[in-house]
Design a protein around this ligand. Structure first.
Ligand SMILES: NC(=O)c1ccc[n+]([C@@H]2O[C@H](COP(=O)([O-])OP(=O)(O)OC[C@H]3O[C@@H](n4cnc5c(N)ncnc54)[C@H](OP(=O)(O)O)[C@@H]3O)[C@@H](O)[C@H]2O)c1
Length: 434
């Protein structure tokens, strides 16, 4: 059995490719079922976020397992394998374990140490359990990775004041406005006419950062107006006008800065739409949706500047030096967690031999007990029979305790295999049955 991960992320694929491989929550169950249909895949779990799609799996054969997952990705995205392949990465065994732990700790995120990823890994584990696609190995790996992520955040400063995609988006706006004014500092957003489209988790974070950067008033559009109204109430010190998404055109015309962060699976702002509006001064659009909410062609409109998640790299790299140092510290914590998982996994190798040894001894115990009891005849009371039965079980357990503990304890693979061979030979444990 091998643990593998196949995927793509902001490091390997541009947003145009990532958005074709974004698996929404509503399709996770079907995707897990389809992957599990392959006889090669024993356990599987999917991590789908705006910056990555990763499929973790326990496979029987390494190469066949990897091909099955790649085939699934190609079918799902409608991209041919050779188009997709250059954007994919895969890791096997301990590299796959290490990768998940790094991801969980935010060490592989666009914004180093960002916090959302930990809850996304927790969700990945919950979905795997709900849809019965994970089993003992992946569940243990996911649990240990979540604990690695928590440890890094509690034992290092990586998460302190951590920036997120949303804060990076607001910073990008400040940077671009500043650059257009010839200022290098991050400018206040007080004089901008701000529009936020979407009222989910990301929009809430966007508004928090907008407020921190001087914004005093904004319009919030959402498909479901009640959700926009409810989000507006979370910001009593900010003037928020909640409106329905149907009023998008009018609100774009009134804005200078537009953020989009909806989970729409198709873009709803394109060049055609913007060209039909009455726009005669510059509007900056920042789209953090994946799939994107705004098409790339809007840049052809002379009054439009438009940025997507991949453009956030510009502000992110300005802030990363300090975090990179802490990330080094975090990596040593992660290596310890990885070692713990691998030790546990290696100890499973002893399980079939231990189980066989136990069941062989149990057969002997029962046979010998039966002989003894029949010799004792009817004089032996039910209570006495129970005592003798418990005695025989106790003896077997006591004898097994030390060798079983030794077989499961941390040691090199060679050492464990050598001990297992000796036990198999001495007790004539049949290889086929194991
Ligand atoms: N979560 C993250 O860490 C993260 C980070 C960066 C980027 N993103 C991206 O940001 C976007 C929003 O994520 P989120 O976590 O904020 O999602 P969320 O909390 O689930 O909120 C989803 C939002 O999208 C709206 N929406 C869904 N389908 C829509 C459609 N067809 N047309 C118009 N609006 C629609 C919803 O409106 P209703 O209330 O009317 O349903 C709601 O406002 C996603 O594209 C995501 O990939 C997420």
């Amino acid at each position: 059995m091998h643990i593998v991960v196949v995927g793509l992320s902001h490091r390997t694929a541009p947003v145009e490719v990532r958005e074709q491989l974004s698996i929404p929550d509503s399709s996770i169950e079907d995707s897990l079922v389809s992957l599990k249909n392959s006889s090669e895949i024993l356990e599987v779990s999917i991590l789908s976020t705006c910056n990555r799609l990763e499929i973790y799996s326990l496979v029987k054969d390494l190469n066949i397992g990897l091909s099955s997952i790649k085939e699934f990705l190609s079918t799902y995205s409608n991209l041919k394998t050779d188009e997709l392949e250059p954007h994919l990465f895969d890791f096997r065994q301990e590299d796959a374990v290490l990768h998940l732990m790094k991801v969980s700790a935010g060490l592989d995120s666009l914004v180093l140490g960002e916090g959302q990823i930990l809850s996304q890994v927790k969700k990945m584990m919950r979905l795997g359990q709900d849809f019965h696609s994970t089993g003992p190995i992946l569940n243990r790996l996911l649990t240990q990775s979540i604990s690695a992520g928590k440890k890094v955040r509690s034992e290092t400063n990586l998460g302190t004041g951590a920036v997120s995609i949303s804060s990076a988006a607001v910073e990008l706006a400040q940077l671009k406005i500043g650059q257009s004014k010839g200022v290098d500092n991050l400018v206040s957003l007080k004089s901008e006419n701000v529009l936020v489209v979407g009222a989910g988790r990301m929009s809430k974070l966007l508004i928090t950062h907008l407020q921190a950067k001087g914004c005093e008033k904004l319009t919030l559009l959402n498909r479901n107006i009640d959700r926009a109204k409810s989000l507006a109430k979370d910001f009593p010190d900010l003037e928020i006008i909640p409106e329905c998404l149907t009023l998008l055109d009018k609100n774009i015309e009134l804005s200078t800065l537009v953020f989009t962060s909806t989970a729409s699976d198709k873009p709803f702002i394109d060049l055609l739409r913007l060209n039909s509006l009455n726009i005669n001064s510059l509007i900056r659009f920042i789209d953090i949706g994946v799939p994107r909410n705004i098409t790339n062609d809007v840049k052809e409109n002379n009054f439009v500047e438009s940025y997507d998640v991949d453009d956030l790299q510009e502000v992110v790299s300005r802030n990363q030096e300090f975090r990179k140092k802490i990330a080094k510290e975090a990596e040593s914590l992660i290596k310890d967690e990885k070692a713990l998982f691998l030790e546990w996994w290696a100890s499973l190798e002893a399980v079939p031999v231990i189980n066989k040894l136990r069941s062989d001894l149990e057969i002997i115990r029962k046979e010998e007990l039966q002989k003894a009891l029949s010799r004792m005849g009817p004089d032996f009371s039910a209570r006495e029979r129970k005592v003798v039965e418990a005695l025989t079980k106790g003896i077997i357990n006591k004898i097994l305790h030390t060798p079983v503990t030794k077989l499961r304890s941390p040691q090199s693979r060679q050492e464990r295999q050598a001990s297992l061979k000796i036990v198999e030979k001495l007790f004539s444990l049949n290889d086929d049955e194991l």
